[in-house]
Design a protein around this ligand. Sequence first.
Ligand SMILES: Nc1ncnc2c1ncn2[C@@H]1O[C@H](COP(=O)(O)OP(=O)(O)OP(=O)(O)O)[C@@H](O)[C@H]1O
Ligand SMILES: [Mg+2]
Length: 365
Amino acid sequence: MASTNTAKAFVEFERVQKSYDGETLVVKDLNLSIGKGEFLTMLGPSGSGKTTCLMMLAGFETATHGEIRLDGKEINNIPPHKRGIGMVFQNYALFPHMTVAENLAFPLEVRKIGKSEREKKIARALDMVQMGDFGGRRPAQLSGGQQQRIALARALVFEPELVLMDEPLGALDKQLRETLQFEITKLAHDLGITVVYVTHDQTEALTMSDRVAVFDDGRIQQLAAPDELYERPQNSFVAQFIGENNTLDGRIKELTGTTCVVELESGEEIDAVPVNVSNVGDRTLVSIRPERVEINPDLGPTAHTLNAEVLEFIYMGDVFRTRLRVAGRDDFIVKTRNRADQVRLTPGQKVKIGWLPEDCRALDA
Ligand SMILES: Nc1ncnc2c1ncn2[C@@H]1O[C@H](COP(=O)(O)OP(=O)(O)OP(=O)(O)O)[C@@H](O)[C@H]1O
Ligand SMILES: [Mg+2]
């Protein structure tokens, strides 16, 4: 569904900056276009500016610079309740003194919707999240997952075209998170809602989103579909932040258009795809995913391989996870599928490792 990024933009940030104190920018020159019906996730470490972006879009914070547009219209000066945006937060933020039905009635009353219409919409929203029988309860009489479903229903009850969610599943256990991840994406898709979702859980981002914007230090480091982000990270930050990653330090020894040879600190050489390195002699961090590494590989006579020593061999059921000493580092991880013919390694064993050059990316150091 990455094709949505070519659709007409529904949400646009153009050169948006934000400073809370008039000195430091916590959002720096943000440009982002989100298509109608797209599920876009902002993913990044704590303090990288994700919530700030969501708050500006919702209208609870103003941008210091730049423009935010919704469906082609500038919204910088439109108050939150007139933007037609639903919101869900991590800590539910349900009104504790109101019943579930009253909680859902609230956004409808604000929008001056009459009683009979209200009741219909409330019943429909509760059914959507499978909470039809809970209208009379108060939040304190519900489990965490049920409260989060109600928060979701309250964000959807006035049929917004855009819903913003800030770590909505952060407080829930793993199993419930996974169930709700599935339900949220399905609901959003069925209703054709555009979602901007914030999380610092990369698995959640990869599994739920059409595209993911990886934030660091107030900037988008890469904006791409999940598979592209994982398989073709554009810089070392993204390679490290998304999924498990092996890095090796080295210098560019040879560089043609599409391939390069990297000399590692151990003196050994490997082939890689040059991604954001420009000159022979440049320092680089090469990145290889643990599942793309082969142990004692059969890659042909010209392929470069590295010497490695097994430090730890962990049986995980479906995969084996081997930690190796490679080129002076002892944190190199290889994941191999547990096949019937797979050899189990023992600590101290000396092996060779290799990979296809296209799976190895020379990134910024
Ligand atoms: N109301 C505020 N006043 C002053 N500074 C703020 C305010 N809200 C956030 N900040 C600062 O802005 C920066 C970005 O914060 P933000 O809440 O957007 O990060 P985040 O990416 O959502 O992080 P987290 O994953 O921890 O929720 C941080 O340095 C934070 O301290
Ligand atoms: Mg936040």
